[in-house]
Design a binder for this molecule. Structure first.
Ligand code: ADP
Ligand code: MG
Length: 348
């Protein structure tokens, strides 16, 4: 196969949020723009970057979902693993985009990726009565290279272990998985996990998120017993030899990518930043190695951080991955925005 025709393992999107009202109030200038009718972004006077998808300040939640996530949801129902990450400095729009905030208080059209994906998954399930679906969710946080179960806070960090089973599937031993029957059930689990997310206080943002949050929907499909009796195997050949299809979708709200110096962190906070950034660094290295044309022979450094170990079976291979780099348009965030664009550019 020609190398240009190969499936790209990771698609990269960039989303620029609008200036916030307080930024407008303080007269912040915009330093990042879309180049109209291209997939390019220009930062400062003349630095241009090209990505798979670009979203400007007027982009809607629906647009981001339809373009970036819908194809992954289709893949999930076809039995492939999928992962979406939101990357960027604190305040750039990661949680808004992923949809991990206070869902109940958000208007329908402002809902982010997770609630939309949940809704669409259960829509698909209700339209495919001939298949038995089992859906489970889990919600894990990685904080200072330790795991926390956001759905079962009593579980101590020592009870959670990342393991790879004989088929190469990653499992988090000890993590609570809730079997769910409808979209509302998933939403309320998501909400309770969000409430438990670890936040700290920095000079830059009171509720700056210092952790990676991984919300996972696992599905298991079997042809229902009834439809097995009614269909002869030849008619539905895709099921002929397959007893069961298992796949999962990870929604990852990464820790803020900001550098230590800008937030004025010292002591414990400084150590935190280093550990958090080592996770982002490891993730960048893995994604970059996956994009290497020689990747068959290149070592993919999954083992370097918890976040990459957890996602191992859902990055590369047959898995579909989208990274959404979130960007603040304000001139005061120029350095961080440039860093995020470079990180995203390396992931292509
Ligand atoms: P992060 O999770 O990266 O720290 P948030 O998602 O909390 O950032 O976003 C910071 C603020 O910006 C929030 O008030 C959020 O509502 C707002 N925001 C982010 N992205 C957008 C967007 N695309 N459109 C409108 N408001 C946004
Ligand atoms: Mg956030």
């Amino acid at each position: 196969m020609e190398s240009g025709m190969e499936e790209i393992p990771v698609k990269v999107a960039v989303r620029i949020r609008p200036l916030l009202s307080r930024e407008v109030l303080h007269n912040h200038q915009v330093c990042v723009r879309l180049v109209p009718n291209t997939q390019q972004i220009i930062i400062g006077k003349d630095r241009v970057f090209t990505f798979d998808f670009v979203f400007g300040k007027n982009s809607t939640q629906e647009e981001v979902y339809t373009v970036c996530i819908k194809p992954l949801l289709v893949s999930l129902t076809e039995g492939y693993n999928a992962t979406v990450f939101a990357y960027g400095q604190t305040g750039s729009g990661k949680t808004y985009t992923i949809g991990g905030g206070h869902i109940a208080s958000v208007a329908e059209n402002e809902k982010g990726i997770i609630p939309r994906a949940i809704q669409e998954l259960f829509q698909h399930i209700s339209e495919n009565r001939n298949i038995d679906f089992h859906v489970k969710v889990s919600y894990i946080e990685v904080y200072k290279e330790e795991l926390r179960d956001l759905l079962e806070l009593e579980t101590s960090v020592k009870e959670l272990h990342i393991r790879e089973d004989e088929k190469g599937n990653t499992v988090i031993v000890g993590a609570k998985e809730f079997q769910v029957e409808c979209a509302d059930e998933v939403i309320s689990l998501l909400e309770s996990g969000n409430a438990a997310r670890h936040t700290g206080t920095t000079q830059m943002n009171e509720h700056s998120s210092r952790s990676h949050a991984i919300f996972t929907i696992s599905i298991c499909q079997k042809q229902s017993a009834e439809s097995q009796r009614n269909t002869d195997a030849a008619q539905d050949s895709s099921w002929k030899s397959i007893q069961m299809i298992a796949s999962k979708f990870h929604f990852v709200d990464l820790a803020g990518s900001e550098r230590v110096t800008k937030t004025g962190n010292t002591g414990e906070r400084f150590k935190e930043s280093i550990q958090i950034n080592s996770g982002l660094l490891a993730l960048g290295n893995v994604i970059s190695a996956l994009g290497d044309p020689k990747r068959k022979s290149v070592h993919i450094p999954y083992r370097d951080a918890k976040i990459t170990r957890i996602l191992k079976d859902s990055l590369g291979g047959n898995a579909k991955t989208v990274m959404i780099a979130c960007i603040s348009p304000s001139s005061s965030d120029f350095d961080e925005s440039l860093n995020s664009l470079k990180y995203a550019n390396r992931a292509k």
